[in-house]
Design a protein around this ligand. Sequence first.
Ligand SMILES: [Zn+2]
Ligand SMILES: [Zn+2]
Length: 371
Amino acid sequence: MPGDDLYSVLGVSRDASADEIRSAYRRLARQYHPDVNPGNSEAEEKFKEISAAYAVLSDAEKRAQYDQYGVTEPFQGGVNPNDFLRDFGFGDIFEAFFGGGGRSDPWNERGGDEEVNVEVGLEEVLTGTEKEVRYKRLARCLACEGSGAKSGTKPETCATCSGRGSVTRLVQSFLGQMQTTAPCPACKGKGKTIKDPCPECKGRGLRVEETSLTVEVPAGVESGNTLRVSGKGSDGTGSGGTGDLYVALRVRADKRFAREGTTLFTVKEVTFAQAVLGDETEVEGIDSTVGFAIPPGTTHGHRFRLKGHGLPRLHGGSRGDLIVVAEIEVPNKLSDEQADLLRAYAASRGEILKEPSGSGFLGGLFGKKKG
Ligand SMILES: [Zn+2]
Ligand SMILES: [Zn+2]
């Protein structure tokens, strides 16, 4: 397993979002969990492998470290894949990782993930940047310390359900007496009731706050990339922990350049004489003026590849290329002297040019059609 790329273990790309990684793991874990494959040691090995990969890639810090240094400490020493097998059964593992499973505890719920959109320009893609983002999140109410009960009071065990959160009733049906279980109507399934709600948060224990945060946007990002900032989402209840902030990135369209991954494209106007005779010229790159040679006989649409003048890869490494597309200008206004020179040029090649009938382009065209 060491040496195996963790991304390929989970079958995701290196720039997969946290959500993509999570659902890839979830899918594979369901497929390979030992409880689903009793006695199949191959599946067990595979399960350990994907669990270890997920342990690293689901943690923003460990993932960043892995991206930078490859397999490192947290992976080798910090996570023993066997722990997953020892500590979790099939049901448990999903609950531990993904929540749900019917045993959720409203008093200790993880806070929600929040999302914010960030737009960056191509220059920022080149260098990486810091962006201040503003967003709303649920924060633990300071007045009641998150309990929802007015300061000096506490939530009380629900008298209707004795704290179970659900009530069982006997119902008469044509099959006889049946037992049904439903969420307790008195406490709405929470098991506790609040007599005097905290006036600051109206008993929720959480309040909406607007907050700001500086986010590091690495070089090389593309529209659709998402950054996860761990623990910056909404506060949870009790010991439920805080959600994450997802930063959805969009790269602004640029008039000067088209982009395909790390490759930039730009158009360079080339005069008729330059195209025919060749020239040393230059083009504006994203961060510098780049010189290049136009060889004699360059045709319209020709592409020049200027190595290393494109954008960097997301996880570091060399820059891509700048492709310069030649757009050859055909002169549409010549002085008499220039026209004479061109006629002389044509004559020297044995070309006989007839004066187009009518005046101007349209006149010539219609004149021809009439015969
Ligand atoms: Zn409160
Ligand atoms: Zn109740």
